[in-house]
Design a protein around this ligand. Structure first.
Ligand code: ATP
Length: 492
């Protein structure tokens, strides 16, 4: 019989191999998957049209795995002349690497306190001047001889007393000691600094490099180099989508306030730079769609303070990169509400895809259903695998949905989010029943819970109209009964 799975080698879904490639995990959307792969490779946009739960966001997310990892980091840099116009700075991975090396080179050399000159180790609080024992500078009293470790530099009749008091308050030693050393004719300044249980040694060259870096304008990373190349902007507010400049109660006050560059926050259009920006139900963005269009046209979008009452409103950062692949999704009914220039932009540089809602009921696709069940179980992580008998019930349910929702015979539904819910419910029941695998009975029990409430209503009341009528009269009766009930309650 065609409806049974003839895969004798499988007894349960743990034997099904889950593909390593994210796009291969998407079931029944072959055309969409093919175009998504092409779009990822060629950096094209996609519009996915179809009902909820058929794999639109799954495809968008999978696409990001096929993109090279981001190569650019975005920073905003303080503008000392006009702080409300911070600059934007884009650093490549290589430049960041070089910067790190440069930073390390200004860190000097870390040495063991025992390798430092003894007087330096004593003045920094590592070495006890009395017994020569080495300990942490946070210990003011030598753990070996019990004397205070403070170096007695000021010769005073009270220095012994001062040392004890000083030790008690933790002022026993210096953080930093400067000395000179001779290299041939030349005398060089050398600085020793406390650094935990090590000493940092900096020569003149290191100090020079440090001064140079300290002179650079301060900056803030708003889009880090190591980021997720998939950005979900569904339901995002204007500020989440486009970025913002945070409010500061002290506004532009130079002494009290936070400098404007520090308050700049990137939006989803910037975070998706070099990656995928996924917007489900794009028409819900309404007017904001035109900003998405601008960001796509310009491949950059300014960040401004979006709240006119906020002190951030006067701040603006121009040319913040926003070169993303747009994957937009919507259902068929909303197609007409997509801003037409945005839609033509997508078509002009990408593809529109109508998602499948069913696939043919054949052996190959039934095996895909098994793969889907295995994936859902794997993703959940808390439920056991399913017997093939149990999976067969899911397949039947898929067949029923294809017929009832999409009017298709000999087909399996691809409205898989709902079926995923059924798998999880069956899993929970199996766990409750202490079953090692999700059994057929568990799935049948889950089916009863999983029936949409509309179907339950129809069964219970006969029809939706009946239910509504009963509910209306019931609630009126309820009000009446309630007041009566109160009276009864008090006076009886
Ligand atoms: N074609 C599919 N193949 C495998 N699993 C799927 C597929 N479609 C849906 N699923 C399962 O359902 C979940 C939800 O699907 P997804 O979020 O991709 O749907 P969607 O079409 O984007 O729906 P919505 O528009 O409501 O966000 C997925 O995480 C996955 O577990």
């Amino acid at each position: 019989m065609g409806s049974y799975i003839n895969f004798d080698e499988y007894t349960d879904t743990s034997m099904i191999k889950i593909p390593a490639n994210p796009l291969d995990r998407v079931i029944g959307q072959d055309e969409a998957v093919k175009l998504a792969l092409m779009a990822a490779r060629q950096r094209r946009n996609l519009l996915l049209v179809g009902p909820p739960g058929v794999g639109k966001s799954m495809i968008a997310q999978a696409m990001s795995f096929y993109l090279p990892r981001p190569q650019e980091e975005i920073r905003v840099v303080h503008n000392p002349v006009y702080p409300e116009r911070p600059f934007v700075e884009v650093k490549t991975r290589d430049e960041i690497e070089r910067e790190k090396i440069e930073m390390n080179s200004i860190e000097g050399q870390l040495i063991d306190p025992k390798d430092a000159p003894q007087n330096v180790a004593e003045r920094l609080g590592y070495r006890c001047p009395h017994c020569g024992f080495y300990s942490s500078p946070s210990e003011n009293v030598c753990p070996q001889c019990g004397n205070t470790k403070m170096v007695n530099t000021a010769q005073s009749p009270f220095s012994d007393v001062f040392n004890v008091i000083g030790a008690a308050f933790g002022v026993g030693s210096n953080e930093r000691v400067t000395q000179t050393r001779r290299i041939g004719e030349h005398e060089e300044v050398i600085v020793y600094e406390r650094q935990g249980d090590k000493i940092r040694v900096m020569d003149e060259k290191t100090m020079e490099r440090r001064r140079k870096i300290e002179k650079k304008s301060p900056s803030k990373v708003i889009v880090p180099i190591d980021r997720n190349p998939f950005v979900l902007a569904t339901g995002a507010s204007e500020t989440e989508l486009l970025g913002d400049v945070r409010h500061d109660p002290y506004g532009g006050h130079p002494q009290l306030g936070t400098l404007p560059y520090e308050r700049v926050v990137a939006g989803a259009v910037h975070m998706a730079h070099e990656g995928v920006l996924f917007i489900d139900e794009i028409t819900h963005l309404g007017n904001l769609q035109r900003f998405i269009l601008t960001a796509m046209q310009e491949k950059s979008f300014p960040i401004i303070g979006r709240n006119p009452q906020s002190a951030g409103a006067s701040v603006r950062v121009d040319d913040v990169p926003s070169d993303f692949i747009l994957v937009a999704a919507c259902n068929i009914a909303d197609l007409q509400y997509i801003l037409s220039p945005l839609r033509s932009r997508i078509i002009g540089n990408g593809y529109e895809i109508l998602m499948e809602t069913v696939m043919e009921d054949n052996e190959k696709n039934r095996l895909k259903y098994l793969q889907f069940i295995a994936q859902e179980i794997n993703m959940d992580g808390r439920i056991p695998h399913m017997t093939i008998d149990g999976a067969y019930v899911i397949i039947q349910e898929g067949r029923r949905k294809a017929k009832e929702i999409d009017g298709k015979d000999n087909a399996l539904s691809l409205r898989l989010r709902e079926l995923g819910g059924l798998v999880r419910a069956a899993g929970d029941i199996a766990v409750e029943n202490n079953h090692k695998l999700i059994e057929k009975g568990d799935v049948i029990e889950a089916l009863k819970l999983y029936i949409p409430v509309e179907e339950k209503i129809k069964k219970y009341y006969g029809s939706m109209e009946n239910a509504l009528r009963t509910e209306a009269t019931g609630s009126q009766k309820g009000v009446y009964n309630y007041s009566n009930g109160v009276d009864d309650g008090i006076y009886n």
